[in-house]
Ligand binder design. Structure first.
Ligand code: NAD
Length: 249
């Protein structure tokens, strides 16, 4: 069976790397992003790998947009049987300053969006009687001062993942989540910008706290996702993998 992978947030730092990894693994790739141009840049990097790839614009917070995007995946590539929910945003503020808009947009992209895309793709997986779902959570699930909205949304993603494992196991579909710590991407650069922190210094400060002595990279996440979506991981489901270069505290 040809593997057909939907990756949301595929125009972003981590999602683009995941698209490249899964294409290297032989999957056809549907690169979904609200930024279609960024998704197309990702797809252009895959052309030499000999797989099919398509860039599709989607706002994962919008039900119709999601359903249209997955319908387009079926037309362009066929029934998707791998899903990586990677699109996510932060709107960080301390609780006393957090607005309802800050709260809602972060829930909508990180949690509602993950639900909408998964519901649409899981229907295809049930039809194929095989599937792999990987959700990108965060160490924020342990608590994150200044980002209660993001921490709560990502904790919701973990509970959602465990529930998917329970409901979809009988269809040969596994669901797992990954919780990375700090990874250098536009997302973390924006956090530095917003807090007036020098990004290079932020990278050094973060690395100093990590037992293996370096920050995580999109490559580290790609290696884990590559395993979770493979045939080899068929008995691994409902798990949360912390990618943190050491034990989490
Ligand atoms: P990024 O900002 O580089 O990429 C996120 C992508 O999601 C962007 O391309 C953006 O256009 C897309 N996106 C945003 N809203 C969308 C929407 N409504 N519909 C469709 N696409 C949308 O961020 P990243 O660092 O690559 O983050 C990827 C994932 O990893 C996120 O879920 C993030 O929460 C998670 N994560 C990141 C870090 C980190 O340190 N960078 C750590 C832990 C978890």
């Amino acid at each position: 069976m040809q593997k057909i992978a939907v990756i949301t947030g595929a125009g972003g730092g981590i999602g683009a790397r995941l698209a490249y990894q899964l294409a290297t693994d032989g999957c056809d790739i549907a690169a979904l992003d609200i930024n279609q141009q960024a998704a197309q840049v990702t797809v252009d990097t895959l052309l030499s790998l000999g797989v099919k790839a398509t860039a599709i614009a989607v706002d994962i917070t919008d039900e119709d947009s999601v359903n249209d995007a997955i319908a387009q995946v079926k037309v362009d590539l066929g029934l998707p049987n791998i899903l990586v929910n990677c699109a996510g945003i932060m709107r960080s503020r301390m609780l006393s300053k957090m607005t309802v808009d800050d709260w809602d947009i972060v829930q909508n992209v990180n949690l509602r969006g993950t639900f909408l895309v998964t519901r649409a793709v899981a229907a295809c997986m049930r039809e194929a009687q095989w599937g792999r779902i990987v959700n990108i959570a965060s160490t924020a699930v342990l608590g994150y001062a200044g980002a209660a909205n993001y921490a709560a949304a990502k904790a919701g993603v973990v509970a959602f993942t465990k529930t998917l494992a329970l409901e979809l196991g009988r269809f040969n579909v596994t669901a797992n989540a990954i919780a990375p710590g700090f990874i250098a991407t536009d997302m973390t650069k924006n956090v530095a910008l917003k807090t007036g922190t020098d990004f290079a210094q932020m990278e050094l400060d973060q690395a100093a706290k990590i037992p293996v002595g370096r920050n995580g990279t999109p490559d580290d996440i790609a290696n884990a996702v590559s395993f979770f979506v493979s045939e080899k991981s068929g008995f691994v489901s409902g798990q949360l993998l912390y990618l943190t270069g050491g034990p989490v505290t």
